[in-house]
Design a protein around this ligand. Structure first.
Ligand code: UN1
Length: 508
C-alpha cells in the first residue's frame, strides 16, 4: 500500500518503491533493517529503504580511505570545479527535490525549494573559496627565516543531519568539506532518508562523472548503532552534528575523549525583542514567519516574543488576528503556510508542552490543540507567560510562541539571555543606541544577533551557529571552512646558521 506512484517527482529523482540506504564505491547497497518513510500529511507510507548495517559502515570508511589521497591531492580549484557541477546538477533538480522535502519532511513547498537553493548557494560560495582560501605569511624574528601557515584537509569526516533541514545542512557541510579536500560519510535522519538518498544521488552522479566513487558516501541506519560507530571511530577526524542538545552532549564528550573535532548545532530558544519605537508591521510579519514557518521546527524558529509594555496589547491582538488567517494544510499545495508536524511524536511533545505551560501559569490565547485527522496537524499557538518560567527555558520543537512583557531594554536583554540555549535573536528598533547595546558586550549572547528581521532564515554567507547549549559550532559561511582543515605553522630556515628563537644560546 505504498503511495509512491502518486508522486511523479520521486521517479525523476531516481527513487523507487524499494531503495537502498548506503552508498560507497559507486554503488548503492544496504544490508540493514527495512525502514518505511511516511508522509506526515496523512501518515501513509511512501517508499521503503533498506538501511545500513555495521559492516556497511565499515565498508564506507574503507572505501573513503582508499580514495582519500586522490581527492586530497587534486588542486583545490579543481575540487571547486566539481562542486560547481554539483550546484548545477541541483539547479536542474530543484523543483523535484524541493517537492520531496515538502512531502517527506512536511515543510511547505516554497521552503522545500528554498532548502535546495540553500545547497546551491553554498556550492557557489565553496567554488569561490576554492580559489581564495589562503594562508598567512608571518614575520620571523630570526634572520634568514620564513614563516607561513598552510591549511590541509582533515581527511575523513562524518556528517549527521536532522529531519528539519534534511538537505541544506548536509550541503553546508559537503560543499565546504569537499572543497577543503575531505572525504565524508553522511547519515541523515531516518525519517527523511528519501531526501538523503535523492540528494546523495545528485551529488554522486557528478562525482562519479569526475572519477570519484567514495568521496561523498552515505550510511543511513535506523536506531543508534550507526551513529555510535561515527562517534567512536578514530578515523573520523571531525563529527558535524545537527540535532538535540541531549545527543549533542554525548557526541561532544565521546568525540573529544578521542581528540576528534566536533561542529555542534544543537537546540535553540530564539527570541525577538520588540521595542516601543519598532516598526510594528515589520515585527509582526517577521515574527509570524519565524514562529509559524516550518511549523516551528527550525533550530532558529521564534519561541519567545518579548514585547515592550507600551505596545504589548497592540502586538498581541494583531498577532491573534494574523494567526487566525494562517492557511494550514497539505504542504505541497500552493497557498499553504503551515504544514504538519514531522512525526506523531511531535504532537505528543506539543500536547505535553501545553500541559506544562498551563501548570506553570501560562495562558493559551490562540490555538492549543491538535487538528483531528490522519496527518500530524496542530494549531499554531500563542501563550502569555512569565519569561522566567521553567518551561520557557526548554526548547519545544513545535509552533508554540510565548508572549512576554518588558519595561526596559536591559530587562529585555536579560530575558533574551536567561535561557540555556544561545542560537538566534533579533531586536526591532529604529534607535541606534538600542541597536549597539544589543550587539555589544552586554547585549544578546547568541551566535546570530539580528535587527529588524526575524531570528530565522539566515543566509549561507554568514557563519551559522550559537553559544551555550547550542553547542558553539559554526557552519556555512564566513571562515567556517577553517574547521574542515588543519593548520600548520611552517618555519623555513634559508640561511646557513641556526639562530634560536627568544635569543636562546645552545652552542654545540
Ligand atoms: C536549522 O534549523 O537546523 O536560518 C537550520 C535558518 C535556515 C537554517 C536553519 N537557513 O533558519
Amino acid at each position: 500500500n505504498l503511495t509512491f506512484s502518486e508522486y511523479p517527482f520521486l521517479k525523476e529523482l531516481g527513487l523507487e518503491e524499494q531503495n537502498l540506504g548506503v552508498y560507497h564505491s559507486g554503488e548503492w547497497i544496504g544490508n540493514g533493517p527495512i525502514f518505511t518513510s511516511l508522509n506526515p500529511h496523512n501518515n501513509k507510507p511512501v517508499a521503503q529503504i533498506k538501511m545500513g548495517s555495521s559492516q556497511d559502515y565499515e565498508d564506507c570508511i574503507k572505501a573513503m580511505e582508499a580514495e582519500k589521497e586522490k581527492w586530497m591531492l587534486l588542486p583545490m580549484p579543481q575540487r571547486g570545479e566539481i562542486v560547481r557541477q554539483i550546484g548545477e546538477a541541483l539547479r536542474a533538480k530543484k523543483d523535484a527535490l524541493g517537492s520531496l522535502i515538502s512531502l517527506e519532511m512536511g515543510k511547505i513547498k516554497s521552503e522545500g525549494d528554498g532548502e535546495v537553493q540553500e545547497y546551491i548557494d553554498i556550492c557557489d560560495m565553496a567554488v569561490g573559496l576554492s580559489r581564495t582560501i589562503d594562508g598567512k605569511v608571518l614575520q620571523s624574528e630570526r634572520p634568514g627565516h620564513f614563516m607561513m601557515e598552510t591549511w590541509n584537509p582533515l581527511g575523513l569526516i562524518g556528517v549527521i543531519t536532522a529531519f528539519n533541514f534534511p538537505v541544506a545542512v548536509s550541503g553546508w557541510n559537503a560543499a565546504i568539506a569537499l572543497v577543503c579536500g575531505n572525504v565524508m560519510v553522511w547519515k541523515g535522519a531516518s525519517s527523511t532518508t528519501l531526501c538523503t538518498i535523492a540528494t546523495a544521488k545528485i551529488v554522486n552522479e557528478v562525482l562519479k562523472k569526475n572519477g570519484f566513487n567514495s568521496v561523498h558516501t552515505v550510511c543511513n541506519g535506523g536506531g543508534a548503532t550507526i551513529g555510535e560507530q561515527f562517534i567512536q571511530d578514530k578515523r573520523l577526524q571531525l563529527i558535524s552534528f545537527t540535532g538535540s542538545t541531549e545527543i549533542g552532549v554525548r557526541i561532544s564528550t565521546e568525540v573529544h575523549k578521542r581528540f576528534g573535532r566536533t561542529i555542534l548545532e544543537l537546540g535553540g530558544n530564539n527570541a525577538c525583542v520588540v521595542m516601543d519605537d519598532a516598526d510594528l508591521d515589520l515585527a509582526l510579519k517577521a515574527s509570524t514567519f519565524a514562529a509559524v514557518g516550518t511549523a516551528g521546527q527550525r533550530c532558529t524558529s521564534l519561541r519567545r516574543l518579548i514585547i515592550h509594555e507600551s505596545v504589548y496589547d497592540q502586538v498581541r491582538d494583531k498577532l491573534v488576528k494574523v494567526y487566525g488567517s494562517i492557511k494550514i494544510g497539505n504542504p505541497l499545495e500552493q497557498g499553504t503556510l503551515m504544514g504538519p508536524l514531522h512525526t506523531k511524536g511531535a504532537i505528543k511533545e506539543y500536547e505535553e508542552g501545553l500541559e506544562a505551560i498551563k501548570s506553570q501559569g501560562g495562558q493559551i490565547i490562540y490555538g492549543g490543540s491538535r487538528i483531528e485527522g490522519d496527518g500530524n496537524y496542530v494549531h499554531p499557538t500563542l501563550v502569555e507567560i512569565d519569561g522566567n518560567a521553567d518551561i520557557v527555558k526548554t526548547e519545544l520543537f513545535v509552533p508554540i510562541l510565548y508572549l512576554i512583557k518588558f519595561k526596559t531594554l536591559e530587562e529585555a536583554i536579560q530575558l533574551n539571555n536567561c535561557v540555556p540555549q544561545g542560537l538566534s535573536s533579533s531586536l526591532f528598533t529604529k534607535n541606534l543606541q538600542n541597536y549597539f547595546k544589543w550587539v555589544g558586550p552586554t547585549g544578546s549572547d547568541c551566535g546570530i544577533v539580528n535587527c529588524n528581521i526575524g531570528p530565522s532564515g539566515a543566509e549561507i554567507g554568514g557563519a551559522f551557529g550559537g553559544e551555550k547549549e547550542t553547542g558553539g559550532g559554526r557552519e556555512s559561511g564566513s571562515d567556517s571552512w577553517k574547521q574542515y582543515m588543519r593548520r600548520s605553522t611552517c618555519t623555513v630556515n634559508f640561511s646557513n646558521s641556526l639562530p634560536l628563537a627568544q635569543g636562546v644560546k645552545f652552542d654545540v
